[in-house]
Design a protein around this ligand. Structure first.
Ligand code: SAH
Length: 503
């Protein structure tokens, strides 16, 4: 099938793993793509940016399992582009670093299909960087080289290849995980000092990232001991020594239990302070988009107030409005109350300013301030609610004489940790230092999934703290501002007050 509009293939580097490490151009194209053909190592979060109607084709490659053979991938790219579609071929790291990008581009050009390359952040540099290791450093390393023992199986690296690799001041080895022992011995044979520092970084910039430092001669043993697996990058050279970052949360392992979509800022903030973050979403929040009729009925009763107690409430509200072919104008001069700054920000992102954010970012504060400012003829409240934790607000407003129309626009589902996350949390040789709880349901899910009760818990606010305590968890601190920043502050307080616990 051919089309009047010429199709195009973009070979886009997705970066090493953290979805925010894709380039701006890469993200723009991903959002425009009509077809996305992606590698296995990529984060699902990146694919969430893809248009709903786009075709998503996994072309994942693992060392011993190819979902789509290379010529099939080429054929799919060419066929979709010739049908006039915008095709993004999304690849881990940079498309031209062991990504077979040149082969795919050549195949496209040969078939008369336009093909553009969007570079990405390669794991060869960003994996050591994630461990604080620079690939070049003034006075220490002025040359940097990349090698893989895996490319061109059947044509093993020659002695000359190893000698060249051993000569660079810094060497990153990709796809070398299964052959670490032979990589190390070949390098030593080629003249590299067995005591040269080396660092192995597994799952760099992704949940579950791990870092192992050891001299070159010992790195394979250390990797076996820690059971390091693919994907991992080995970096060898004087630069590869452990460095103290001077960051206050260095060496601390913090578990974040929020739904993933809500935890980027929190995780980013903790990582900036040096913490190792285990991303362990204990709940998932899903929009209920089938409450349109109910919402329209509630709007017809002309509410005086619109109340949202979570950013999910705002999302669910707008989603149901859109389904009815409406926008916020349908609510006329309604006054809007948001429980806290995050909820208010969700309105602001849609061009709407809220009228009220209570000083205490909690249901109680909301009830008090709404009832204080409502006149007798302003008593009707529309509440965009979730399936959990709504009674306090409902009863509080009704006790204060308000008339409440509640529309359920999101639900909270308890989800368990993956096996990998559980083993991170329960690793006996590296105990966790703190668990961040951002909702009563997060606490409930933690306990229901039999995760460790005897550790330090930080709660986002008193409601969460109370729920956690009732479940038998000991809450060490409650964020006074009931925000992510507040929780980070409490953690800092806890870690810094006990400097003897710092590495
Ligand atoms: N084009 C990619 C490399 C593809 S080869 C890039 O530029 O990064 C795949 C290898 O890359 C893996 O075997 C591993 O050695 C490395 N790799 C990719 N992502 C990684 C990550 N997040 N952490 C550690 N190694 C990674």
């Amino acid at each position: 099938m051919t089309s009047a509009r010429p199709g195009v293939v973009y070979l886009v580097g997705a970066g090493p793993g953290d979805p925010s490490l894709i380039t701006v151009r890469g993200m723009e194209l991903l959002q425009k793509a009509e077809v996305v053909v992606h590698d296995r190592l990529l984060s699902d979060d990146l694919l969430m940016s893809v248009r709903r109607d786009a075709e998503i084709i996994p072309a994942g490659k693992s060392p011993d399992h190819h979902t789509l053979a290379q010529d099939k991938i080429n054929a799919v790219l060419i066929e979709r582009a010739k049908a006039g579609r915008i095709v993004v071929r999304l690849k881990g790291g940079d498309p031209y670093v062991y990504g077979r990008g040149s082969e795919e581009r050549a195949a496209c050009l040969q078939a008369g299909v336009h093909c553009e390359v969007v570079p990405g952040v390669s794991s060869a540099i960003s994996a050591p960087a994630a461990a604080g290791v620079p690939v070049t450093e003034r006075g220490v390393a002025r040359s940097f080289s990349i090698i893989t023992p895996a490319v061109g199986r059947g044509s093993p690296l020659s002695e000359r290849d190893w000698q060249a690799a051993a000569c660079a001041d810094t060497l990153s080895v990709l796809m070398g995980c299964g052959a670490l022992r032979s990589v190390a011995s070949q390098l030593i044979e080629a003249g590299r000092d067995p005591l040269t520092p080396a660092v192995l970084v597994e799952r760099a910039t992704m949940p579950g990232e791990r870092v192992v430092f050891a001299p070159l001669a010992e790195i394979a043993d250390k990797a076996d001991e820690e059971q390091i697996k693919n994907p991992a990058v080995l970096t060898v050279g004087e630069v590869a020594r452990p460095r103290s970052s001077g960051l206050p949360m260095m060496g601390k392992r913090v578990v974040v239990t929020r739904p993933r979509t809500a935890s980027y800022e929190l995780i980013g903030g903790l990582r900036l302070l040096g913490a190792e973050v285990i991303d362990a979403p204990m709940i998932d929040v899903r929009t209920i988009d089938s409450r349109t009729d109910e919402l329209v009925r509630a709007i017809k009763r002309r509410p005086d107030w619109l109340v949202c107690t979570s950013r999910h409430g705002v999302r669910g509200l707008f989603c149901n409005l859109a389904h009815a072919g409406l926008d916020l104008r349908a609510l006329g001069g309604v006054r809007i109350a948001a429980v806290g700054p995050t909820t208010a920000a969700e309105f602001r992102a849609r061009g709407v300013e809220v009228d009220l954010v209570p000083k205490a970012h909690r249901a109680e504060g909301l009830i008090q301030e709404i009832t204080a400012s409502a006149t007798k003829d302003q008593m009707r409240v529309l509440f965009a609610a979730g399936t959990l934790a709504r009674d306090e607000l409902r009863f509080g407003l009704e006790d204060a004489g308000m008339m409440l129309d509640e529309v359920l626009v999101y639900e909270t589902v308890l989800t368990g940790p993956t096996d990998r996350v559980r083993s991170e949390i329960e690793n006996p040789s590296r105990p966790i230092d703190a668990v961040v709880l951002a909702s009563p349901s997060g606490a409930k899910s933690w306990v229901e999934h039999s995760l460790p009760k005897h550790t330090c818990f930080i709660a986002i606010g008193p409601t969460t703290a109370r729920a956690a305590e009732e479940l038998g968890l000991t809450v060490s601190a409650v964020a006074s501002s009931h925000t992510d920043a507040g929780m980070i502050e409490e953690l800092l307080g806890l870690f810094v007050q006990k400097p003897e616990a710092l590495p």
